[in-house]
Design a protein around this ligand. Structure first.
Ligand SMILES: Nc1ncnc2c1ncn2[C@@H]1O[C@H](COP(=O)(O)OP(=O)(O)OP(=O)(O)O)[C@@H](O)[C@H]1O
Ligand SMILES: [Mg+2]
Length: 235
């Protein structure tokens, strides 16, 4: 397993995560589905070390998070695409600077190689190099999400969390991004945890689906087992 959450507990004013267990394997896309407010983003933030769990253990590559004291080394390997694509990018920056930032801050990629890596990253999400000098303000929703994906993957992480990567997009663009996600996973060999409340979208890309309810995983199945899942998520 590349990533594991064991018996995670987290409360704010009320219990949000209670005894949550979930694991993601090498080269795997795991879909995480659950109704609004059930704690999906909270889990993602905990997995990204933006919040601490009250109890439980988190492991990356078989080792407890505490064994990764160097945050930069950790974030080179574990990345996230945030729920609201617009908010995730600084609109005063250009696409180039958005893509360059993780290379500059997290990686040891030499300056001379950075432009090459930026061009590769943009190409991998099928955007033209002409967008490099644009502001994210001038991008469509689909283009903005492609830039977010390129940024998350540019340091070649091994595990990527995608929080509702298609829910802000219209149906046609959603389909393209879902297809791209599968392609990017295959191309990178990274593992993805894809969060969504859209079971159909998850079933299209995930190798396995975990159903979350009231702060824990209540069921795990293969995308083919849709009927049973639909009943569970409809309750
Ligand atoms: N920082 C916080 N302080 C207080 N309560 C919070 C905080 N973050 C999340 N919560 C609460 O935790 C619960 C779960 O929120 P979370 O955002 O994780 O749900 P979600 O499953 O991602 O929902 P959605 O599908 O709408 O994105 C909600 O009741 C929310 O109000
Ligand atoms: Mg959320």
């Amino acid at each position: 397993m590349i990533w594991q959450a064991e018996q995670i507990e987290k409360s704010y004013r009320h219990a949000v995560l209670s005894g949550l267990c979930l694991a993601v394997g090498e080269n795997e896309i795991v879909g995480l589905v659950g109704e609004s407010g059930c704690g999906k983003t909270t889990l993602a933030r905990i997995a990204m070390r933006m919040e601490r769990p009250d109890a439980g253990a988190l492991l990356f590559d078989g080792r407890n998070y505490a064994e990764y004291p160097d945050r930069k080394a950790f974030y080179r390997q574990v990345q996230m695409v945030f729920q609201h694509p617009g908010e995730a990018m600084n609109s005063r920056w250009t696409v180039r600077s958005i893509l360059e930032e993780p290379l500059r801050n997290l990686s040891e990629v030499p300056t001379v190689v950075r432009n090459e890596r930026i061009a590769e990253a943009l190409d991998s999400v099928h955007l033209p190099a002409s967008l490099l000098n644009e502001s994210p303000r001038n991008l469509s929703g689909g283009q903005a999400q492609r830039v977010n994906l390129a940024r998350a993957l540019i340091c070649r992480p091994r595990f990527v969390i995608l929080d509702e990567p298609t829910s802000a997009l219209d149906a046609a663009v959603q389909r393209q991004i879902l297809q791209l996600l599968r392609e990017l996973q295959r191309g990178s060999g990274a593992s993805f945890l894809m969060i969504s409340h859209d079971l159909k979208a998850l079933a299209e890309v995930a190798d396995r689906i975990a159903v979350m309810h009231a702060g824990r995983i209540i069921e795990e199945c293969l995308p083919g087992q849709m009927l049973r899942l639909e009943k569970l998520t409809a309750r």
